[in-house]
Design a protein around this ligand. Structure first.
Ligand SMILES: [Zn+2]
Length: 342
């Protein structure tokens, strides 16, 4: 009887610890930054990210010094070990790349007469808009029969090996970032080697089990107080749609955002300006800077709105310090306000 009682206590205690651990893991905002950070072709790396992110040193397949985010690396090593037990050998390739490094590459190639600005604009990721800036993105390569396989075309052929790798990702908090035939959602073609650490095994499992892109996952989340990156995604996609389909129809080829601040209805009690906006639960107010890329042959002057500036070198029209509001009505979101300053 005594033993049974003790066993019961142990079980209950273990269950409590387990539940507590799960709940703790659910908070992806830890270590001073948000592991769900969204960086893609139109969503910029947060300004303070590089000051905050904790990077550790590692070596890549060619024994070169590389860096990546601490927790992502710890979990990568666990993934690597688990795969080794199944006879699959993965090795690090490209990981963290600073915005400055990307800028240097951009400048160097733009000045190169063999390449030039047009080439760079087409083929080089815009500084600030590569997921590799986060330190959470990992490109791997493979060891197959003792040979290093790192060429993209050759890697894509290794479907069976990548299937085994992808099955294990969520157990360590990783997702496959650029799914096959999902360029419409991610902006990238299939990259079986590009892994992304998101800091939650539970969310990673949900994304992988449901075959979602990271963007689709963020779109499905509506608790904007708990998940600011979902709010950011909502703001960016709503503005993008507004600009591309209404405001600058046929005049722009692209738009990029740097969301500086997000306000939800919950923020109203601390801020009288927000209170005045009378935000509903699903409504969002925000501060944003954005860049418009004119279509070829379009006079950029037609895009400049109030505080816009034209960047000759990049060919962008940059708009700064705009306050915006999007509201949820009849099942969809619309931009109801986009002012200069407050
Ligand atoms: Zn990559």
């Amino acid at each position: 009887m005594k033993v049974k009682k003790l066993l019961l206590i142990v079980i209950v205690f273990t269950a409590i610890v387990f539940v507590a651990a799960c709940e703790k893991e659910e908070d992806t905002n830890r270590n001073g930054y948000d592991y769900l950070v969204l960086v893609n072709k139109y969503s910029q790396l947060p300004d303070d990210w590089e000051d905050k992110v904790e990077l550790v040193d590692a070596k890549n397949a060619w024994d070169e010094d590389i860096q990546l985010e601490k927790e992502a690396y710890d979990n990568y090593l666990k993934l690597e070990a688990a795969l080794k037990k199944e006879g699959v050998s993965i090795v690090l390739d490209s990981v963290y790349r600073s915005v400055q490094e990307q800028q240097d590459l951009w400048d160097e190639w733009a000045a190169d007469p063999e390449k030039g600005l047009d080439y760079v604009k087409k083929f080089v990721a815009v500084p600030g808009f590569s997921e590799h800036h986060t330190g959470l993105a990992i490109d791997i390569c493979l060891m197959v029969d003792g040979e290093l396989v790192f060429d993209n075309d050759e890697m894509i052929e290794e479907r069976d090996i990548f299937e085994k790798i992808h099955k294990k990702l969520a157990d360590y908090g990783f997702i496959l970032r650029y799914l096959e035939n999902r360029e419409d959602s991610t902006g990238y073609t299939y990259e079986p080697w590009h892994l992304r650490y998101i800091g939650s095994k539970k969310i990673a499992k949900y994304i992988m089990d449901n075959d979602l892109t990271f963007e689709e996952y963020l779109e499905s989340v509506t608790d904007y107080n708990k998940y600011p990156e979902a709010a950011k995604y909502r703001i960016e996609t709503t503005l993008k749609k507004e600009f591309e389909e209404k405001t600058y129809k046929d005049k722009i080829s692209n738009v990029r955002f740097d969301v500086k601040k997000i306000y939800t209805s919950k923020d109203a009690k601390d801020d009288s300006t927000i209170k005045g906006l009378e935000l509903g639960d699903k409504d969002l107010a925000f501060e944003v800077e954005y860049q418009l890329l004119p279509q070829e042959g379009i006079d950029y002057n037609t895009l400049i709105v109030t505080d816009g500036k034209y960047n000759e070198e990049l060919g962008w029209v940059t708009n700064i310090n705009r306050l915006g509001v999007i509201r949820y009505e009849n099942g969809s979101y619309t931009v109801t306000q986009l002012d200069t300053g407050w």
